[in-house]
Design a binder for this molecule. Sequence first.
Ligand code: ITT
Length: 199
Amino acid sequence: TRLILATRNAGKITELRSILADAGLPHDLVGADAYPDIPDVKETGVTFAENALLKAHALAQATGHPAIADDSGLCADVLNGAPGIFSARWAGRHGDDKANLELLLAQLSDIPDEHRGAHFACAAALALPDGTERVVEGQLRGLLRHAPAGTNGFGYDPILQPEGDTRTCAELTADEKNAISHRGKAFRGLVPVIRELLG
Ligand code: ITT
């Protein structure tokens, strides 16, 4: 069966294809870019789970195929969880990863290491054309660096140092990141649900 990846974020697509391939999912994974005429859904939810479901339902309805979606972000303890669901447009322009990261670093410039705890969060949603829905969430705890390091990954990866590591997410290999990441945890949790509902 065809399974739609309801995202246009290239970094997510790369990671999702790898995570789902490692899990042995037999489905034909088709990116949302294969449906350029379907408009982006407005992310009006107030949680990662709500927004992931909005995106999955929109693609499942529009294509008639089951769809999975990812809503994710970086939550800084000292900012009470911000940028959170606003991570993709923290500096104003949607998807400007460099500006978002630089603004956040500037906002935290006076914050000492003991208060730089943060986590990445991911909600993985599955929606079927008949309206059936499931969500699984995952997190990755870490520390926010004072300056970016590394060139792998995307988004805020150069400033998040996972707990128990001395490198940032952008200094991990793709496989190392997927093994511990919020996205890896959420989608590996969704795999048995996909198998159960889609076969
Ligand atoms: P879609 O809605 O099309 O999936 P998007 O980029 O708009 O793409 P989100 O609204 O979920 O997706 O925003 C997620 C943002 O959170 C993303 O732009 C990154 O800045 C950040 N983010 C999420 N996961 C990340 C990760 O694994 N590493 C670094 N940054 C991440």
